[in-house]
Design a protein around this ligand. Structure first.
Ligand SMILES: Nc1nc2c(ncn2[C@@H]2O[C@H](COP(=O)(O)OP(=O)(O)O)[C@@H](O)[C@H]2O)c(=O)[nH]1
Ligand SMILES: [Mg+2]
Length: 444
């Protein structure tokens, strides 16, 4: 695990180095490329704020701070494991704890993945101490912790009375807004979707339609209560956090017994069955909701290490696809073919570098050529675009440029998909080609 860790850090640095050398790499392109295009490309690549933030985030990230609220047994600890994709040991913090709240770091090896403030919620804490001062203390503690996001966890199958918790969370967010002058993002997670009838279907790929509909109903039910109580939320998502674990030598182990294992065995637990449902959606919602950039990047880095690479590669793909679309919108006729194909080569080089390979624009161009020809590609996208816009202009004048930017977006996106499948997922070039063709079709 530790070795892997180092390797991935290197892969990320690898990618960052290529980005930092972008200016030099572009200067070394063949003379035939006009200097005006070089300048445009440098501006596009080095001036893109998303790309800049992504690269800065490689070094400047911090573990996100999540405030979890939900009753004992709803699956708060399990959700953290499901997000991380590994059994993340919880290390209690000395800053803790009131009777109802606990702060801990969750770690994988020496890496701190997240900081969690875990509370059982007001409904339960009320039975311990219903005084106003107890609530005050808790709200104080939450503010001191200064979470990046609140996650309210509910149970998909037991419809507990959540009014008290919703009202409490409302008071928490209102205080947070007073203190920090920004809104605390709130995401509601409806856990244990796998237990919805028919509960024998645990593999998310096999959930029958009826089960999915019932899950949706539960979400609607909770959404209704939340809206009636006037709590503003960013998203509400049904998930399953179900993971069965086994020891390194393959022995299945139930959740309750894990705590009794030696520390070393806990660190080496493997997934025996992955029943996670919608966790990717939840991650996207969290990334979206968390405003602090270093925490956002920290969240990306907190998922399982091979997933980190995947998430970053996809992010690169979407940034470059958007860049391509803006290039196509700019009215510099002939030259945008060059710009597009060089941008595409740059994307491929960055993705290749993430896989740990030495990559430059030449190898990237070769890869793109083997998908269908770099000039041919730039040209054919361009031609399709021009043809389409000509046709469209006859019927809806002025719609032309929108089409060509869409086509530029799709072309770069398809090349990104192919590069991820070849360089990151280790597929053959034939399979990558298939992916490329598919991506073009799926989106058009
Ligand atoms: N079937 C199923 N069981 C879950 C899920 N999430 C948690 N559990 C189980 O529910 C129990 C309580 O989970 P835990 O994470 O300890 O809850 P916490 O008290 O909120 O931290 C454990 O036995 C978990 O294995 C889920 O999504 N599906
Ligand atoms: Mg717990």
């Amino acid at each position: 695990m530790k070795d892997d860790n180092v390797k991935i850090e290197q892969r990320l640095q690898n990618m960052k180095n290529i980005y930092l050398k972008a200016g030099k790499i572009l200067d070394e392109l063949p003379d035939a490329i006009p200097s005006k295009i070089r300048v445009t490309l440098k501006e596009k690549i080095l001036g893109d704020s998303d790309l800049k933030k992504l690269m800065e985030g490689i070094d400047e990230h911090r573990p996100p701070r999540l405030f979890l609220i939900g009753r004992t047994g709803v699956g708060k600890s399990s959700l953290i494991n499901a997000i991380c994709g590994s059994y993340a040991a919880a290390i209690s913090d000395v800053r803790s704890c009131t009777e109802t709240a606990e702060i801990y770091q969750c770690k994988e090896g020496s890496r701190v993945l997240m900081e969690i403030l875990d509370t059982r919620g007001f409904a339960e804490s009320e039975s311990l101490d219903s005084s106003v001062s107890a609530e005050e203390m808790l709200i104080e503690q939450i503010n001191e912790f200064s979470p990046d996001c609140a996650i309210m966890m509910l149970n998909c199958t037991h419809r507990d009375d959540v009014n008290a918790d919703v009202a409490f969370l409302k008071r928490v967010t209102s205080r947070y807004a007073d203190v920090n002058k920004i809104r605390l993002p709130v995401i509601v997670v409806v856990n244990k979707a796998d237990e919805m009838a028919p509960s024998r279907f645990k593999d998310p790929d096999e959930y029958p339609q009826i089960k999915k509909e019932k899950i949706k109903e539960a979400v609607q039910y909770y959404k209704g209560i939340i809206v009636r109580n006037g709590l503003k939320i960013d998203d509400i998502i049904a998930v399953s956090s179900l993971i069965d674990w086994k020891t390194a030598d393959g022995m299945p182990i139930d959740a309750e017994s894990i705590a009794n294992l030696p520390k070393k065995d806990i660190e080496n637990l493997q997934m025996d069955f992955d029943g996670r449902y919608n966790i990717d959606e939840l991650l996207n919602a969290l990334e979206h909701a968390i405003l602090d950039f270093e925490a956002q990047m920290g969240l990306r880095m907190a998922v399982r290490l091979d997933e980190v690479i995947h998430r970053i590669a996809s992010h690169l793909k979407s940034v470059f696809s958007t860049l391509s679309a803006t290039v196509a919108l700019t009215p510099v006729p002939v030259s945008d073919i060059y710009i597009l194909s060089i941008l595409q080569a740059f994307l491929v080089a960055l993705i290749a570098s993430l896989s740990g390979r030495d990559a430059d624009l030449d190898t990237a161009k070769e890869f793109i050529l083997s998908l269908g020809g770099v000039a041919g590609l730039g040209y054919s996208f361009r031609l399709i675009a021009q043809q389409a816009s000509k046709l469209l202009n006859v019927f809806w004048p002025g719609s032309g440029s929108a089409v060509s930017s869409t086509v530029a977006y799709l072309g770069t996106n398809a090349i990104g998909e192919a590069a991820i499948s070849y360089y990151i997922d280790g597929k053959t070039i034939e399979e990558a080609k298939k992916k490329f063709e598919q991506a073009k079709k799926e989106n058009s």
